[in-house]
Write a protein that binds this ligand. Structure first.
Ligand code: HEM
Length: 369
């Protein structure tokens, strides 16, 4: 039986205890993932990401506690190209400055692991988790572990000869998996809180289709944004709306093979992000307008308006980040606000779920779950 239907059936039989604590736990962990994405942005933008050259999930929990340990880590860092090409001679004090953000990023990741695994074990042992939810929660635990490994896979690419930054492909992989984790935690938490969708009101299907289109465009804009960050494309063409005086920049499709334009050609990478962001914003505004016109006052209507607002805020932050040539605080805010936009899109889609009759059919529950 699908998870939403499982929860409602269990609740009806009075064998399901209050699911609220489980929802609160999942939403709180989603909030921690959000903070993690923001810390990740600051880590990247301050050039801190390559400062710890070891992956030690347990022993790396503590920062260096002696001068000898600081010296050992500094000597390791001095062996990579980033030190020679970017930070040569900045001394152990300079090293300590870039060390701390990377250490906090990893420490926060460990805290998320604990904040997820300990309540999971507690709820599980006390029989509080509905059977239909268990596989999903285990999958989320595995995805969290995988994200740690992908993070290291990304960092390791920055140690290769002649590189001073990580591979853009691996950066997008790491960002994308963080967004998948966030989305799955949020959606599951919302579904625990509100397992049974209400019957559709007139116009709801149309609004939902528009919100779905906006959500897919937002995902595309975010992945394109990952390539802007990964190739440092935000440090070029710092004007808006024109790029070097043109709407479509010169050399947009100059690389061969053609697909590499999408990932390494700075002009195309930045233009594609602008284009997808503009389409996503128009689609979200369309969904917000349709929700406002067609839906009665209530959570679904508010969620649609919230989506329109979040996307406009993100668009403005993107333009500000670009024209100010990516200051750390604006870049970090733009990265964090991307997660707000995703959250708003998911909240709208969740609020717009519907059933064709009073109770949800298994097919709809499956679609909504
Ligand atoms: C729907 C609207 C938008 C969304 C969802 C979005 C999302 C993103 C995401 C997810 C990133 C990557 C962050 C990272 O991995 O570090 C990014 C980077 C970036 N975006 Fe956007 N963006 C939007 C609009 C815009 C607009 C309109 C502009 C400018 C015209 C812009 C300029 C940038 C720049 C310059 C970066 C690179 C910043 C850096 O290096 O940290 N964005 N965006």
């Amino acid at each position: 039986m699908p998870f939403d239907a499982q929860i409602s059936a269990a609740a009806a039989d009075r064998i399901e205890p209050n699911p609220r604590p489980i929802a609160v736990w999942l939403l709180a962990v989603a909030g921690m993932v959000w903070v993690m994405v923001a810390i990740g942005g600051a880590t990247r933008l301050t050039g801190s990401g390559l400062s710890i050259m070891e992956w030690a999930p347990l022993s790396g929990t503590l920062p260096p506690l002696s001068e000898a340990e600081w010296r050992r880590l500094y000597d390791l860092y001095r062996s990579i190209p980033q030190y020679a090409l970017v930070n040569a001679g900045f001394g152990i004090e300079g090293f300590k400055e870039i060390f701390w953000l990377e250490w906090i990023h990893r420490f926060w990741g460990r805290l998320i692991g604990l904040a997820y695994a300990v309540p999971l074990a507690w709820f599980w042992l006390r029989g509080r988790i509905p059977a239909g939810l268990k596989p999903r929660l285990v999958l989320l635990l595995l995805l969290g572990g995988l994200q740690g490994a992908v993070g290291w896979f990304m960092v390791a690419s920055g140690f290769e000869a002649d590189r001073t930054a990580v591979s853009p492909y691996r950066l997008v992989m790491h960002l994308g998996l963080a967004l998948v984790l966030f989305a799955a935690l949020l959606w599951t938490g919302l579904s625990v809180l509100r397992p049974v969708p209400a019957p559709a009101v007139p116009g709801q299907r149309t609004v939902r289709r528009q919100a779905q289109a906006a959500a897919w465009l937002i995902v595309a804009a975010m992945l394109a944004g990952g390539f802007v960050a990964g190739t440092k494309a935000g440090f070029d063409y710092n004007t808006f709306p024109l790029m070097a005086g043109r709407l479509v920049p010169e050399g947009y499709w100059r690389l061969d093979p053609a697909w590499t334009n999408l990932t390494v050609n700075i002009a195309a990478v930045q233009f594609n992000h602008r284009l997808l962001a503009t389409l996503a914003t128009l689609a979200a505004l369309g969904a917000a307008f349709a929700g406002w016109r067609r839906l009665p006052a209530g959570p679904a209507r508010r969620a649609c308006l919230g989506l329109g607002f979040a996307v406009c805020l993100q668009y403005a932050l993107g333009v500000a980040t670009l024209v100010h040539v990516v200051p750390v605080w604006l870049g970090t805010l733009h990265q964090a606000c991307a997660v707000l936009v995703l959250a708003a899109a998911l909240a709208a889609l969740h609020a717009l779920r519907y059933s064709t009759c009073g109770k949800s059919s298994p097919r709809e529950s499956r679609r909504g779950a």
